[in-house]
Design a protein around this ligand. Structure first.
Ligand SMILES: NC(=O)c1ccc[n+]([C@@H]2O[C@H](COP(=O)([O-])OP(=O)(O)OC[C@H]3O[C@@H](n4cnc5c(N)ncnc54)[C@H](O)[C@@H]3O)[C@@H](O)[C@H]2O)c1
Length: 253
């Protein structure tokens, strides 16, 4: 068993790597020696993150990508293998969240959430799989959510997308297991990122979150990066189609 978490010589793509959890994962991977491609729709923030990593001595570049566009995703995979020769890890992290009751939500807003959070993950796995099959090695890590397991009023689109990510993770894992490719997912509860700004500033909502979380606080970005690094390493080589909850105990009671 290789207990080394170092990622020297590994190439990793992180979608939605410009900000929040993706940025944390990109920084974490780079600090372990990986060559990281930050693939994000937000060009300004994405370039800033790549530059900040490079300033600290890490290897990182930015690629402008909308994960809902399969042509763009396939082109990124082609350009990355052209430049960096391989793709060892793909973290399908890009995602959005909107809170509104089903009857108040516009159909186009529902579709946008499913398109980015679920279809984008499907597109990503499909785009990178041929390269990983060819090299007989790969780790695909999908960003699910606590709300892939439990529900909360107002999250019909988001929870549906994340429930789908968990099932997609299992299915793709079975399709790729014979090629030495591990597909797994991480399912965080509320973490301190821009995405949870509204939940944190709404006093009643924030108190409800704390009441449901035995840890009595939100998680930090680093507390999600750890499980992602684990899934990108050989320590998780027997894990296939798993979605790991990182929820401060929310689902333990
Ligand atoms: N923050 C949390 O509490 C939490 C909890 C569970 C799961 N998650 C999941 O983690 C992931 C990251 O969340 P976050 O909190 O870091 O969010 P965030 O809003 O801070 O960052 C999301 C990133 O995704 C990018 N993005 C959005 N749409 C995109 C698209 N179409 N193509 C490419 N990039 C796109 C954004 O530009 C941004 O850089 C999401 O999938 C989210 O659902 C977050």
């Amino acid at each position: 068993m290789n207990f080394d978490l170092r990622m020297d010589g590994k190439v990793a793509i992180v979608t939605g790597g410009a900000m929040g959890l993706g940025k944390g994962v990109a920084k974490g991977f780079a600090s372990l020696g990986a060559d990281v491609v930050i693939a994000d729709i937000n060009e300004k923030a994405g370039r800033e993150t790549a530059d900040a990593i490079a300033k600290e001595g890490g290897k990182a570049s930015f690629y402008s990508l909308d994960v809902t566009d399969s042509g763009q995703f396939e082109q990124m995979v082609k350009d990355t293998t052209g430049k960096l020769k391989r793709i060892d890890v793909l973290v399908n992290n890009a995602g959005i969240a909107t809170k509104a009751d089903c009857i108040d939500m516009k159909v186009e807003d529902y579709r946008r959430i499913i398109d980015i959070n679920l279809t984008g993950v499907w597109i990503g796995g499909r785009a990178v799989a041929p390269v990983m099959i060819e090299q007989k090695y790969g780790k695909i890590i999908n960003m699910c959510s606590l709300f892939g397991f439990v529900a909360l009023a107002g999250l019909s689109a988001y929870a549906s997308s994340k429930g789908g990510v968990s099932q997609l993770t299992k299915t793709l894992a079975l399709e790729l297991v014979d090629h030495n490719i591990n597909v797994n997912a991480v399912a965080p509860a509320y973490i301190e990122t821009e995405m949870t700004n509204n939940a944190r500033t709404d006093k009643a909502r924030f108190e409800d979150i704390l009441r449901r979380t035995p840890k009595n606080r939100l998680g930090t970005i680093e507390e999600v990066v750890g499980p992602v690094v684990f899934l990108a390493s050989e320590l998780s080589s027997f894990m296939v189609g798993e979605t790991m909850l990182v929820d401060g105990g929310w689902t333990a009671w």
